[in-house]
Structure formats: C-alpha cells, structure tokens
Design a protein around this ligand. Structure first.
Ligand code: HCA
Length: 406
C-alpha cells in the first residue's frame, strides 16, 4: 500500500457545500477556520487545500493569517496547497501568498471542452504542459499536483495523452470523481492502470458522493495504491459532498489499523461536533462518528442495550471520541426503558409489572407525542395517577451519578 495521508479540503471544497447556504453561514470565519484547523492538526492531518488567493480578498487574507497561526503551533510537516486553475494568475497569486504547493486542475471531458474553457484536447495539452513545465523550472521545490477534472468520464486514452506529457514534472497525479460516478471496480481498474504507467508519481483521489459511494471508493483507492485521499470534515463539499475524514478513519481502523497510527482518533467526534456548533446543525445522521450512531429508539433495542450495549453497538466509538450513548423515550419505547427511566432518572419505586402497565398506557398515546407534547410530559401525567412512592437516595449518592439530566 502507498497511502501517505489525507488532503483536507474543508476550507476549499468544504466551503462549496450547500450546507454553507442551508445554515446561512456562506463562509467560515477566520476564527472558525483557526479552530477547525487546530482540530484537524490535533487529529493528525498535515495537508490542507485552500482556494487560490484570487478567488476572493477575504479568502486570501484568511490564508495569510492561518499560515501564521499554524506556524506558531510549530508542528512539522504541514503543507498548504492552493487549488488553482492551470492559469498563470492563479499560480502567480498562490506562490506570492506562500503556498507550499499547487493543486492544478483542468476539465478534459467533451463537456468541459465545449461548455467550460472551450479548448480542444490538443490545446489543453499544449497549454497545460507549457504552464506546468515552466512552473517546475522556476520553482523546483514547489509541490505540484495535476488532476484531470471529471476523470471517470474522461476517456482513459485522453488522460494518458495528457499525463504522459507532464508526469515527470509533477509530484502527484489526481483522479477526481467530480460528479460521483465511480464505483469500487472502476476505481481499482484506473488506479492499477495509473500505477503501471506512472510508477514514480503519487496518486491522489477525490470522490464525490452523488451515488453515496465516496467512502467505499476511498477505501478501494487506498487498497489499490492511492497515496492521498481528499477528505473534509463531515464530507462537506459541492452537492452531496466527498469522503468524510472521520468516516474514512473509522473504516481504516477496522480494515487496517496501521494506516491510522499517525492519527489521534479520539479527536474525530469533537471535531464533528465543532463543525456542528459552527453551522448550528446536528452532526449528520449518515456520519458514523456521531451520537446518532449511539442512539436507540425501539423497545427491543433499548432493552438489549440496557443489558449489554454490544447487542446493537458493534463498533467501539469511544476510540473515536463518542463517549456516550442515548436511549430516547418515545413512541417505540417499551416497559424496560420506562422502568429504567422512572426508576433511575425519576427515582420512582416501582415494579416491572407496574412499568408494563404504564408503558401500555404510554404507547396508547403515541399519536399525541410531538414537540409541544413531549413523551416525558405524557409519561409524567400517566405516572401521576399511580401514586408511586419515591426511592430514598442519600444526597451524596445522587452527586455521584454519572448521568446528569439537569
Ligand atoms: C471543483 C471540482 C473538484 C476538483 C477536485 C480536484 C472535483 O470543485 O473544482 O482538484 O482534485 O471534484 O473535480 O472538486
């Protein structure tokens, strides 16, 4: 395996996510970016992709400040990469701003030729080669990556025509799945073909999630020889996003622990929560490293989890920083959770038979449960009619309780 790590693109593709609009945030503030990059660095990420500075003044200014901030942390091996069109302006501005490398790209599909930049294959090859060759000549130590945008819809022959001309001038060749059409099979096929043809060059992959395959494609890419995978916090990126860094780390941990040795996995969940607090959104339920993934609602599940969480929790998410689980009282809860809740949280002295009766009444009201009429309130009203005694627990024991529901 050739895996060298992640290229975080939270600050580039991440800011292209529709979630920035859904949350009315539109862009991350400098403060947000500093907090997030600190978290990512603590996690173990070392490569960060930013917009080319000419995208906007504020992005350019933020980059300068972040670079200084990260320098003050004195962490070795950090690399800042500017996402640049193969355009002299983008390249000039990125180098002036102090980036360590350029993530260059151009579309080579028939659609890009006709509807985007308007150049044909021959013109693309001549232009890109000229630019990359000159950049390499003047900046021999600058990290250079070149990607044929929309690689999986670009005929392999055309990619080879281009990459044959430039592979000796770049550090990394990218294979982005811009519109999310790749499958594990096509990923493996392409990476194998690239590895045979360009054995000295690293391969970087960037998988969009339009088919929900960005995670499995990333795993397949690593297995077949990709050096870098582009990721972001929450998998935020254009449309339905790319591979989530924490989802990928969780899977790498289960597939091949040695690939996670440079990462402090306990940071995964706090990092996801940090993004949630910035966007004022819950961590996505599709994200494996989330509290949702430790939340149980159905009576059968709740009973089993109360006895032994392993029945419905196969993965130890504590490794990834999710310290708790949740059993939600609601229309699907049964006598076991109700017994637990009334006894352990509300300190009623009741029997399991009484809990069974209460739960029948509670379930008969399931259609009435909503935001204004919460399950706990409905349950309280029912319990009120049972005149149950309360358990007497000494104050000092109460203080020792793990759960604090106040
Ligand atoms: C984009 C498209 C991109 C670029 C990826 C890359 C893609 O937003 O410009 O440069 O590797 O998916 O192709 O995100």
């Amino acid at each position: 395996m050739s895996f060298k790590g992640f290229i975080d693109t939270t600050f580039r593709d991440g800011q292209q996510s529709p979630l920035m609009f859904d949350s009315y945030k539109y862009r991350l503030t400098l403060e947000n970016k500093k907090n997030l990059i600190y978290g990512l660095i603590r996690l173990g990420v070392r490569n960060f992709e930013f917009f080319a500075p000419n995208v906007s003044k504020s992005e350019a200014q933020d980059f300068i400040e972040i670079k200084d901030y990260v320098a003050s942390l004195k962490i070795p091996g950090i690399r800042f990469l500017a996402h640049c069109r193969c355009h002299p302006n983008d390249i000039k501005e990125a180098i002036k701003a102090g980036f360590d490398g350029l993530n260059l790209y151009i579309g080579m599909t028939e659609f890009a030729q006709r509807f985007s930049h308007g150049m044909n294959m021959k013109e693309i090859i001549i232009n890109v080669k000229k630019i990359i060759q000159a950049t390499r000549k003047f900046y021999p130590r600058l990290y250079l990556r070149f990607s044929a945008e929309d690689s999986f819809r670009t005929p392999l022959n055309n990619i080879f025509r281009m990459y044959n001309e430039i592979h000796e001038f770049v550090d990394t060749l990218g294979i982005p799945d811009t519109v999310g059409i790749a499958t594990p099979e096509t990923v493996a096929e392409r990476i194998k073909a690239f590895k045979i043809r360009y054995p000295k060059v690293d391969i970087e992959c960037h998988f969009h999630n339009d088919r929900g395959l960005s995670l499995i494609n990333a795993l397949k890419a690593i297995e077949t020889g990709a050096s870098y995978i582009d990721t972001s916090i929450w998998g935020m990126a254009e449309r339905s996003g790319i591979t989530s860094i924490t989802a990928l780390l969780l899977n790498l941990y289960y597939e091949n622990k040695s690939l996670c040795k440079d990462y402090d996995l306990r940071i995964c969940y706090p990092l996801n929560v940090l993004m949630g607090s910035i966007l004022k959104l819950q961590v996505s339920p599709a994200e494996p490293v989330s509290i949702t993934n430790r939340t149980h609602t159905a009576g059968v599940h709740q009973k089993a989890v109360l006895n032994n969480p392993y029945v419905y929790e196969a993965h130890n998410l504590k490794i990834f920083g999710v310290e708790k689980n949740q059993l939600l009282l609601g229309p699907l809860s049964g006598k076991n959770l109700i017994y637990y809740y009334l006894r352990e949280i509300e300190y009623y002295d009741l029997t399991l038979d009484q809990a069974a009766k209460i739960s029948q009444e509670f379930k008969s009201k399931s259609g009435e449960m909503n935001k204004k009429n919460k399950p706990e309130v409905i349950l309280k009203k029912i319990v009120g009619r049972y005149n149950l005694p309360k358990l007497s627990i000494k104050k000092e024991f109460l203080k020792n309780r793990v759960e604090n529901l106040d």
